[in-house]
Ligand binder design. Sequence first.
Ligand code: IPD
Ligand code: CA
Ligand code: CA
Length: 270
Amino acid sequence: MARQSALITVMTNAAYRAARGLKRDFGEVEQLQVSTKGPSDFVAAADLQAEKILRDELARARPEYGFLLEEGGVVEGTDPRRRWIIDPLDGTLNFLHGIPHFAISIGLERDGQIVAGVIYEPLRDEMFWAELGAGAFVNDHRLRVSTRGNMGDSVFATGVPWRGRPNHRSFLCQLEAVMAVSAGIRRFGSAALDLAYVAAGRYEGFWESSLNPWDIAAGVLLVREAGGFVTTIDGSREVIRAPSILAVNDRLHGALMAVLAQAAPSPDGA
Ligand code: IPD
Ligand code: CA
Ligand code: CA
């Protein structure tokens, strides 16, 4: 049985609490598609409500910490060294369309380093959590990245840019290169869960460009604590504010990085 620290218990309790509302609201989404108000406003309200619950709960437990909130932005704390980095609903488009794949993500940053992370997937009741130096877990079970070392047997996840986003052409080159050498590519629509799934060994790796700190703060720690490697697509270890992320098991990180490097058409490929 995995023993959680007091800090992780604070974080998981906040996530469980915020998830109650999200689960209830997700159940409403299909009906709302015919209502006059429209599902987008409803989902935006659910997102804000989840963020408020997380903020209130965490502030009650650790009043001195600051925040970086996806919706609310930066909130300075009296402790300048520590802040929560929060995505109250990762997988918003899935939620809006009634696709059951979304999560809450909470990371704790101390002196610029992520020291604790929680990603909660309410519909499967999977609580992924990790603390620096203490390992990564889902519920009570220890996580370990997959042991596959052969690209041809491997499944990779990614994020696909959409209307109005940059880098469509370079993404298509990456896709072409990875699909030629792997067993399959997935796009599930929650970067936080993509990272949690790499930590859990469900896929061998994940890459995406143009993410934000709240999408990945908790997941980066989960993958590293599960024995995986996380860098940018170019190999830098500083990923939280970087333009790309590459999170892979320890055996295939170099191989996927090499495939992506050869795929890039040009740095300014539109
Ligand atoms: C999004 C998801 C998605 C990723 C997008 C993110 P949101 O977060 O993580 O998988 O491809 O880049 O913005 O908007 O659902 O919180
Ligand atoms: Ca997100
Ligand atoms: Ca979000």
